[in-house]
Design a binder for this molecule. Structure first.
Ligand code: NAD
Ligand code: SER
Length: 317
């Protein structure tokens, strides 16, 4: 039997697109999707209902399919975790321990676990934020990601666990909906531009954040996992960068295609979270160690999002 891949939290924003790409590369039957909820799109390979907090169920599925690689995507994101800090901590940490321990016990060989720009906090330098810098996250989500990074490095150093990680910025795609983050506005704005020609934004107009088009995030994920282990010098998590923009800047881009589009601003609790995060990211280590480079800039992203959502949205509603 060939080694197989398990994606945990596969029905979410990233999992929906990652499973599709992994199946194209490794074959439909070799990529097992799993989540506590049904997938957003029809599956062309195995799907299992799995609660990552249930260690017995996790081991059963890993053994059933002879899984050797795990992509752990299940988490509460920044805004959702602030509403339920205790459960956010529980899910984000114990999901990681359950998977790290499978690798420590040699049941699986390799793990991908995403961190986030949320590991940085209000005291971090905001422009061109370095890989190594002050990290005092102020959200439960950021605290859980920072602790997770330390545990990944610890398991690598102490138990030789092959765990690889990326600090994703805000991710934008048209194939799946975001799951409760502070950067979700950058997806919603495209939906509302097409559906109603206006958008009420929960961040203020000049709030600049690091962002990335989903295909670049998937490319980074697959490339860091394919890289030779000796090239992965950082076992906490790598900075990666795509683009940075504010609500005002993305609005101006959308207006080039939809001149009547208008935006209003009503900042809520997420504004404070956004203000605690970097504006732009220095990713020189990812470039040097495993050849990272993004393909999509703001102008291309805007074209792709509007073109595809114009086709999809009338069908959904
Ligand atoms: P999402 O919320 O869209 O998806 C998470 C999925 O996990 C959901 O489908 C949910 O049903 C599932 N899940 C929740 N609890 C579970 C459980 N107990 N067992 C199994 N599955 C469970 O999130 P996403 O945007 O796809 O993010 C995936 C990962 O990437 C997370 O770790 C997130 O922190 C990280 N990340 C995402 C972004 C982004 O912009 N999307 C940015 C930085 C980091
Ligand atoms: N997009 C994520 C969030 O806003 C960043 O980790 O929570």
């Amino acid at each position: 039997m060939v080694d197989r891949i398990l994606v945990i939290g596969s029905s979410g924003q990233i999992g929906t697109e990652l499973v599709e790409e992994l199946r194209t590369i490794y074959g439909n039957e070799n990529v097992i999707a799993s989540d506590i909820r049904e997938p957003q799109i029809a599956q062309n390979g195995p799907f299992e209902i799995l609660d990552i907090l249930n260690k017995v169920q996790l081991l059963e599925i890993v053994e059933k399919y002879n899984v050797k690689e795990v992509y752990l995507l299940a988490a509460l994101l920044s805004a959702t975790a602030e509403k339920n800090p205790s459960f956010g901590w529980d899910l984000n940490m114990n999901s990681l321990f359950n998977v790290l321990n499978l690798a420590k016990d040699k049941v699986i060989d390799k793990i991908f676990w995403p961190s986030s720009i949320a590991v940085f906090g209000p005291t971090t330098p905001k422009e061109n934020t370095p890989q190594y810098t002050i990290m005092e996250p102020s959200t439960v989500y950021g605290i859980s990601k920072q602790a997770g990074e330390r545990w990944c490095e610890y398991y690598h150093e102490k138990y030789n666990v092959d765990v690889r990680s990326i600090r994703y910025p805000g991710l934008i795609g048209y194939k799946s909906k975001p799951g409760g983050g502070t950067t979700d506005y950058a997806v919603d704005i495209f939906h509302q531009a097409i559906l109603s020609n206006n958008y009420e934004c929960f961040l203020s107009e000049n709030t600049t954040l690091p962002m990335m088009y989903m295909s670049d995030a998937i490319k980074a994920t697959i490339n860091i996992m394919k890289a030779d282990s000796s090239n992965i010098k950082i076992r906490s998590s790598y900075n990666i960068s795509g683009m940075s923009f504010s609500p005002k800047e993305i609005t101006n881009r959308i207006k080039k295609y939809i001149p009547g589009f208008s935006i209003s601003y009503k900042p809520d609790d997420r504004q404070k979270i956004a203000e605690s995060w970097p504006k732009s990211i220095n990713d020189q280590h990812a470039i040097k160690d495993w050849g990272w480079s993004p393909d999509i800039n703001l102008s291309t992203l805007t074209e792709i999002m509007l073109e595809n959502l114009k086709q999809l949205l009338p069908l959904e509603n």
